[in-house]
Design a protein around this ligand. Structure first.
Ligand code: CA
Length: 225
């Protein structure tokens, strides 16, 4: 699954993130409510793990804002607050599940498993754009019987595009998204990888789904009619 983990306690975030990646999930981390709000809008996730107590905007406000905007991603609230009124507030705000801290990692996995099953399993592991499928489990692009596998970077880049077909993604956004906010290498690494991804899309012989350059802005995934 593609997961967004929102947690400001660094040690906990690192441990949970590592555990989830070892289970084969793709995990993005946000440490503040504002970052989480933006990240949840920017990319589509299969589930979001949302801490209640954050340094700026609390998790409940973040969740309310997402739901108001129509975001339907399943959200598991993580919190030390175990009191009934707060639990009720969480569910009323649109939480799908609630996990009091401290929790056993196995329990988190079990709850994620339940969410994946409710979502229909296969649906959360594939994203389609036109006639091309991004297959999360196989880390590949597929069209009919043809398939090309992606490197980890290419996969993250493809996920950004497939999560937002039609939207312009800037070089800066892609760099932060795929290489991380602390990356200080050459910005044109993004251009290079967009080139790799284009070539792989080209191997699928699909003229319909392609990455288009939007001059001066960035790129977008387009599906020709
Ligand atoms: Ca916290």
């Amino acid at each position: 699954m593609r997961l967004l983990l929102v947690e400001d306690e660094r040690a906990l975030a690192a441990a949970v993130g590592r555990g989830l990646r070892e289970e084969g999930h793709v995990v993005d981390l946000c440490e503040t409510g504002e970052d989480a709000l933006a990240q949840g809008r920017r990319l589509s996730y299969d589930a979001i793990l949302l801490d209640w107590g954050l340094p700026d905007l609390d998790g409940l406000s973040v969740l309310r804002a997402w739901r108001r905007e129509g975001l339907q991603t399943p959200v598991i609230m993580l919190t030390a607050r175990d009191a009934i009124p707060e639990k009720v507030a969480g569910f009323e705000a649109g939480a799908d599940d609630y996990l009091p801290k401290p929790f056993a990692f196995e329990e988190l996995l079990a709850r994620l498993g339940a969410i994946a099953r409710r979502a229909g399993g296969a649906a959360v592991l594939r994203t389609e754009a036109g006639d091309v499928v991004l297959d999360v489990r196989r880390r590949a692009l597929a069209r009919g019987d043809a398939e090309v596998t992606l490197t980890a970077r290419e996969f993250d880049l493809a996920s950004a595009f497939f999560g937002h077909p039609g939207d312009v993604l800037t070089r800066g956004e892609l760099m932060t998204r795929v290489w991380g906010p602390d990356f200080d290498g050459e910005p044109n690494v993004v251009d290079v990888y967009v080139g790799y991804l284009r070539r792989k899309l080209g191997h699928l012989a699909s003229a319909r789904t392609r990455i288009e350059t939007v001059r001066g802005l960035g790129w977008r995934l387009v599906v020709a009619r």
